[in-house]
Every structure is written in C-alpha cells, then in structure tokens.
Design a protein around this ligand. Structure first.
Ligand SMILES: NC(=O)c1ccc[n+]([C@@H]2O[C@H](COP(=O)([O-])OP(=O)(O)OC[C@H]3O[C@@H](n4cnc5c(N)ncnc54)[C@H](O)[C@@H]3O)[C@@H](O)[C@H]2O)c1
Length: 372
C-alpha cells in the first residue's frame, strides 16, 4: 500500500490530497493550524458535492475518496509516507524546517517534494541529511483540475527519487514534465512575455482591448489583459518582480509602469470589479492583429529558447507545459515552426531597434533563433 503525505491544507494542499486519494492512494495530511486540520475533510466534501449533485460522481465514490484521507496532528505521525509533499506558506525557512522534521521520521526510500512556485529547490535541500531525495512537484491551481505537474530536479536529486515521484503522480492522472530548477520553472517563466510584451504595446499607446482581441484572433482563449484581470494585477506584479529579481534584473522581465500603476490604482481585476479590461470584453480584432500576435509570440518563443539553452528540459516538454498550464493553443516551439526562425529573429531585431533606452537587450535572440 502506497502512502502519500501532504503537509499544508490550504488551497493547494487540499487539492493535492484529493488528487492522490482519488487515485486510490492512502493519504496522510496535516497542517500547523488546528482549524485547517479540523475543517479539511468537510472543505473537501463541500468542494466535491456539486459533482455528486451533477451526477458526475457517485456519492459512494466521494465517501471512499474521503475515507482514504487521514488527518494527523503532526509530521511525526507521517512515518509511513512513501512520498511527502509540502504545500505550506512560501517561505524557505519554514519549508526547510519542515523537511528536516520529515527526514527524521520517514523511511530511507521515501521521497520529499515541495510544491513551491518561486523558491530554489536546491536552496531548500541545503542542510538536509539526504538532499538527493528532495525534488519539486509543482502542481497548478486548482490541483484536481489542472493536468500539468512540473517535476523539478536540483543537481543532487537522484534518478530513483525522480522516477518514484513521476510514477506515483502519473498514476494519479497527471502529465508530469521534467523541469530545471530555474526561477519560475517552465510555465511561470515562459508566461512572462505574454503579459510583458502586451504591457509594452500598451505603453506604446495600443489599447488593452485591441491587444486582447488580436490574441483571441490568433487562437488564444484569453488575451493577456483578461488573464491578468482573472488572476489579479497584484499577483501578476509579484510574480514579475520575483522573476526579475531572481534573473538579476534581466530586461526580459522588465516591470512595466503600466502594471505598477494598475496595482496602485486598486483596479486589480475581477476580484475588485475592474481591471485592465474587466468588466468589458475585447471587440473585433484590429487591422494589424497579426502583427501584434507575431510580436508577442516571437517573445514567447524567444523566452522558451533561452530556457531550453539553460538545460534540463526539452522542446516538447516546454510546449506541453504551456498548452496544459496556460491553455495556450500552441507551444513556443510550435510557434517557432509555424513562423520560421528567420521571421521571428527579424521581428526581434526590429523590436530591439525601436526599444526604449536600456531595453534593447530584452530582444536579444536566444541561441535557437540565431543563424545556424
Ligand atoms: N495558490 C496557487 O495558485 C499555487 C500554485 C502552485 C503552487 N503554490 C505553492 O503552494 C504552496 C501553498 O500555497 P497555497 O496557495 O495553498 O497557500 P495557503 O495559504 O492557501 O495554504 C498554506 C497552508 O499551510 C499551512 N502552514 C503554514 N506553515 C505550516 C507549517 N510549518 N506546517 C504545516 N502547515 C503549515 C497554513 O496553515 C495553510 O493552511 C506555496 O508554496 C505556494 O507557492 C501555490
């Protein structure tokens, strides 16, 4: 019998516990806060009851799923774990302390995993007795719905640990993509130019509705501004700032004042009732929709090209991650194949020439776009 331990029963941890329990695994789960522990099973039931009412899930299946989850009051009660996944607050000291506690109780073959979005897995492994069994399992929100999991290896992670985590997570129905321990991993990093280049266009005087309409015409389900409005401009700004800092201020992650100003204005998107576009919707595509899409997609492909050059991932892995993680209609390397390398490189050169002072390097082509 395989046992999965989940630590942290907030939005992500509860969803991750559901994912493995739904696949038939025994789940041990805990949280530092008693109320989070006491309410966890009822919160899951409340989340799942609409599925039962819609006849998408038999009540017996819901009860069986819940019966496979045992809430325990401390990490010391998780000795049986084959795989322990933490989804506690995004603070490296908290996560390190937790893994030190876990190491002392789990068996020698157990794998430890972090669901961090933005911290270095290698840094988290420092000081552990067995850093080779720590890896990242980056689920997306909501975990039961999103198919993608980024499997993050740091330089010391063992192939055994990676294989074990992959098998268990694939058995739980997820598509697991290998991912380097680089800031933003694959999805959060390659998503930046979708927003960033749209913000550059906005600052040049284009309207948010025109830009979104252009991307809808190119096959995207949501435009960049509708997506910022959905998640929140404050969340988008925090993610951009985090990546900008982690990548040493590289201008590809330049923080546009249009985004900062939006956050300052308090119009954060759906959650405040008004955003860049929300509650409006984009109108018809502008006459130059194809040029707008080319510009944004050239930057998506270029970002993916730089990530690929850093190692630890593949073209197919990156394409799959962006299609599953962001609902993109095509991945960056499919974009590259569709336009051709020369067209994308020419576009980047054009953008470098018109870039504001200090930002030309933002458009430097990745090795894959350079002349063969
Ligand atoms: N929310 C997202 O969209 C998302 C997506 C992917 C990854 N993540 C990552 O998942 C992790 C959790 O995010 P979340 O949104 O679920 O947060 P959350 O605030 O909803 O939940 C965190 C839970 O961890 C508990 N906790 C804090 N310290 C603890 C400790 N030392 N031991 C046990 N429990 C502890 C808290 O009581 C809380 O219930 C973070 O690392 C975050 O970066 C979040």
């Amino acid at each position: 019998m395989t046992t999965i331990a989940v630590i942290g029963l907030g939005a992500m941890g509860l969803g991750i516990a559901q994912v493995y329990a739904a696949a038939g695994f025994t789940v041990l789960a805990t949280d530092a806060v008693q109320d989070a522990r006491d309410s966890a099973i009822e919160r899951l039931r409340t989340n799942l009851l609409p599925r039962v009412e819609a006849r998408k899930m038999p009540l017996a299946e819901l009860e069986a799923l819940l019966s496979r989850i045992t809430i325990v009051d401390r990490v010391a009660a998780m000795a049986a774990a084959d795989l322990a996944i933490e989804a506690v607050i995004e603070k490296i000291d908290t996560k390190r302390a937790l893994f030190t506690d876990l190491e002392a109780v789990v068996g020698p073959d157990a794998v430890l995993a972090t669901n961090t979005s933005s911290l270095s897995v290698a840094a988290m492994a420092e000081g552990l007795a067995h850093p080779e069994r720590l890896l990242g399992l980056h689920f997306f929100n909501p975990a039961p719905v999103m198919k993608l999991v980024e499997l993050v290896a740091h330089p010391l992670t063992s192939t055994d640990a990676l294989g074990h985590a992959r098998r268990l997570t694939e058995a739980a129905g997820k598509t697991v993509i290998d991912c380097p321990d680089r800031p933003g991993f694959i999805v959060n990093r390659c998503a930046r130019p979708f927003y960033g280049e749209a913000l550059a266009l906005l600052e040049e005087g284009r309207s948010a509705t025109d830009i979104d309409a252009a991307m809808l015409a190119a096959g995207y389900r949501l435009g960049p501004f509708a997506l910022i409005d959905l998640v929140g401009a404050d969340i988008n700004l925090a993610a951009t700032e985090s990546l900008h800092a982690a990548m040493n201020g590289n201008p590809r992650y330049y923080i546009h004042s249009a985004l900062r100003d939006q956050v300052t204005s308090g119009n954060l998107g759906r959650k405040t009732g008004k955003g860049f576009i929300h509650p409006e919707t984009p109108g018809p595509a502008p006459a130059d929709a194809a040029a707008i899409a080319l510009r944004i997609e050239a930057m998506i492909a270029n970002e993916a090209g730089w990530l690929l050059a850093e190692g630890g991932t593949t073209e197919t892995g990156i394409d799959t991650a962006l299609k599953l993680g962001l609902n993109f209609p095509r991945g960056p390397f499919e974009i590259l194949a569709a336009y051709g390398r020369d067209r994308l490189r020419d576009e980047l050169h054009r953008l470098a020439e018109i870039a504001p002072a200090g930002l030309a390097d933002r458009y430097r082509p990745a090795p894959i776009l350079e002349f063969a």
